[in-house]
Design a protein around this ligand. Structure first.
Ligand code: PEP
Length: 241
């Protein structure tokens, strides 16, 4: 499978910001790696027009486990697909923290997304306290086991290892720490071909050193995905790796 650069715009992005997606597609008419941009739900349909023909794909940032129903404010996997998404991020640590999402709930959402034909980007990662307690591998193994149904395959799933304390902080684990977790996770995946992304303060300046690590198949990028120049720098680094 090609390497993957996925951008998570989180709750950032109004109509004018589509100019960044337009600039990205113009700079990378034929990107050297797979690229998925995950804007807020309000921009998915318009971004799918902007990126049409670019080879870049679009993802949602969450979906409900039900196909439809009385769930005010929620969005179903089918709605994401209908708007133009092919992927969906599930179990991001901000969803787990802000909305109390459990790994079991994430697994239900994963199944719903698969049923609709979406590829899931399933996020796992330890808090700083868990790392300091030496519990990182135990935590990520538990999250992986309970968030990811065992019939996950490389074609319907991507896993993103995102240490919570590295997200949006400018701090990253050492290369050895990233390599240790990725090597461990590779052995825990239900299908060893599932792409394993690193996420947490990836920037153009540190991308080369992260992508040089074994078992790192790409990145899930937050802040640096908002600007075409920054995300483009990460795409270029991944293409070189
Ligand atoms: C993320 O949102 O998944 C993320 C990794 O954010 P950042 O790159 O800003 O740390």
């Amino acid at each position: 499978m090609p390497r993957l650069a996925a951008g998570n715009w989180k709750m950032h992005g109004l109509s004018d910001d589509l100019a960044e997606a337009r600039a990205l597609a113009a700079t990378w008419p034929d990107p050297p790696v797979d690229v998925v941009l995950c804007p807020p739900a309000t921009l998915i349909a318009r971004m799918s027009v902007v990126l049409a023909g670019s080879g870049m794909r679009i993802g949602g940032q969450d979906c409900h486990a039900a196909t439809s129903g009385a769930h005010t404010g929620d969005i179903s996997a089918a709605m994401l697909a209908d708007a133009g998404a092919s992927h969906v991020i599930l179990g991001h640590s901000e969803r787990r923290a802000d909305h109390g999402e459990t790994s079991a709930q994430v697994a239900d959402k994963v199944r719903a997304a698969w049923d609709t034909g979406l590829t899931t980007i399933v996020c796992i990662g330890e808090t700083e306290a868990e790392r300091n307690a030496g519990a990182t591998l135990e935590v990520v193994a538990g999250q992986l086991e309970h968030s990811l149904p065992r019939n996950a395959t490389a074609s319907n799933t991507v896993v993103a290892y995102e240490p919570v304390w590295a997200i949006g902080t400018g701090r990253t684990p050492s290369p050895d720490e990233i390599a240790e977790v990725h090597a461990f996770l590779r052995g825990q995946l239900p299908d060893p071909g599932i792409r394993l992304l690193y996420g947490g303060s990836v920037k153009p300046a540190n991308a080369d050193s992260i992508f040089a690590l074994p078992e790192v198949d790409g990145a899930l990028v937050g802040g640096a995905s908002l600007k075409a120049a920054d995300f483009g720098g990460i795409i270029a680094a991944l293409g070189r790796a």
